[in-house]
Design a binder for this molecule. Structure first.
Ligand SMILES: [Zn+2]
Ligand SMILES: [Zn+2]
Length: 456
């Protein structure tokens, strides 16, 4: 989307105008165990709406049945309008629709014990990503006020059209990937974003996140570097581990900043083929994730894996890529995800997203891994034990500075951000990784911006 159109859209929606009525679908999510090493806290995510957004969506979806053929159709713009934060109070509150009071907040207030407000950040993106530190008050439950688009229903309709078959491996099986790949890890605080170059012709992102946690200046700095780097990156595929903002919000940055590149502009990631766990399996999925899923389904650009009926399974395999499903468990959004393994002849790299070790399938447990992106930003997992995942220290590796790094030792890469407000990385988890012979490589405290790692 060009700047002018974006500004029109932005004005129309009034996304940071806190004087108007704001509604939110509130979800109390994971328990964050070690916030500041003290008492446990609860994650809160809120899908936000104002009257303009509800009107805009109606305009798009009213004629959804014949949208493809209608002449005066309004082209949908993919947008995110979400709050992410945490609280130590509000334990008695229920999930659901609320009328909200939102106030701009200073970051230094975030740690206050506040009975009245939930602290966090509002993210708005219709590309590029904008955000503001705020505090949110739940005024009253407001189920009758909201009559918005039912994303889950629309997704079911799209799925029934049969354009994208669940668990369908057509795009991925037997693809001539070759046996040597280069993984580029981006150093962007708590968020996962990796670009994989399988061979000269085929490339992918494994998650394209945006940091949602950490101090404001860190977010600004890492984002600046990040958008410059990814704006030139092409990808034929986007492989999502799961639907958290810190794993997919970067798509909006990519979309915006690639438009500012004059020569050799990267292709839109909305035109890439996506592979992701079916978000409708997850009762906690945010509207931002359901909206993106629907947007891609309408373009026939996404293949959804039903991780609910295929838990801990080997879903898709090829010569250099294996995909496994996680399992429905306590920490729903994260464990529901997909686990990706990039394979070379001697080297392998495991990308578990935010899934806990306890949901790793049997095909992974007990095997050796040369590289792993530490799951869930190296959080303090329950139980935290690394079930049989081992490092590989026996093989010899070459260094080719032209293509990227190879390491002599096995490495666990950690993306948690320097000033992580969730308490990641967890010291015990780090000790567990070391005990399994992994050396730790904490991306967010390293001066380099991105790392290219050879998987051959
Ligand atoms: Zn994450
Ligand atoms: Zn997550």
């Amino acid at each position: 989307m060009n700047e002018e159109r974006y500004n029109q859209f932005k004005e129309k929606l009034g996304f940071f105008d806190w004087n108007q009525s704001i509604y939110g679908l509130v979800k109390f999510t994971e328990i964050v165990d070690k916030l500041e090493g003290q008492r446990s806290s609860r994650g809160v995510s809120i899908s936000l709406y104002n009257d303009a957004i509800i009107r805009y969506e109606k305009q798009i979806f009213n004629n959804i049945e014949n949208w493809e053929t209608s002449e005066n159709r309004v082209e949908p713009i993919y947008f995110v309008y979400e709050f992410e934060g945490f609280t130590r109070s509000f334990y008695g509150k229920e999930n659901g629709w609320y009328e909200l009071k939102i106030i701009s907040a200073e970051r230094k207030e975030n740690y206050a014990e506040d009975e009245e407000f939930i602290f966090g950040k509002v993210f708005f993106a219709a590309s590029p990503v904008k955000w503001q530190s705020v505090k949110v008050k739940l005024i009253k439950q407001a189920p009758m006020v909201i009559s918005k688009i039912d994303y889950r229903k629309q997704i079911e309709i799209e799925k029934k059209k049969g354009s994208v078959i669940l668990g369908h491996g057509k795009y991925f099986c037997g693809y001539p990937y070759g046996s040597s790949s280069i993984a580029t890890l981006y150093n962007i605080g708590q968020a996962n974003s990796t670009h994989i170059q399988f061979n000269k012709y085929v490339s992918a992102f494994i998650d394209i996140g945006y940091p949602t946690c950490g101090c404001d200046s860190e977010l600004k700095k890492s984002n600046l570097i990040y958008k410059r780097k990814i704006s030139k990156k092409n990808a034929d595929f986007v492989f999502l581990t799961h639907w958290c903002l810190d794993h997919f919000l970067g798509v909006c940055e990519h979309e915006h900043f690639r438009n500012n590149v004059k020569r050799n502009r990267a292709r839109s990631l909305y035109d890439a083929y996506w592979l992701a766990p079916d978000p409708t399996n997850n009762p906690d999925a945010s509207d931002a994730s359901l909206r993106l899923c629907l947007y891609l389904l309408q373009r026939k650009k996404i293949c959804l894996i039903d991780t609910k009926t295929n838990p801990r399974d080997h879903v898709i395999g090829s010569s250099c890529l294996d995909i496994y499903s996680g399992e429905y468990s306590g920490d729903i959004r994260n464990d529901f995800g997909l686990i990706y393994e990039i394979k070379g002849k001697n080297t392998n790299f495991l990308f578990p997203g935010d899934a806990s070790y306890r949901v790793f399938p049997k095909e992974i447990v007990g095997r050796d891994f040369k590289y792993i992106l530490a799951p869930h930003h190296c959080s303090g997992m329950i139980p935290p034990n690394i079930r049989g995942i081992k490092s590989k220290n026996l093989l010899k590796f070459h260094n080719n500075q032209k293509c990227g790094f190879t390491f002599d030792n096995s490495i666990a890469f950690i993306t948690a951000g320097k000033t992580n407000t969730h308490g990641h990385p967890d010291p015990k988890h780090m000790a567990d990784l070391k005990r399994q012979n992994f050396e730790l490589f904490i991306l967010s405290s390293h001066c380099a911006e991105s790392f290219e790692i050879i998987i051959d």
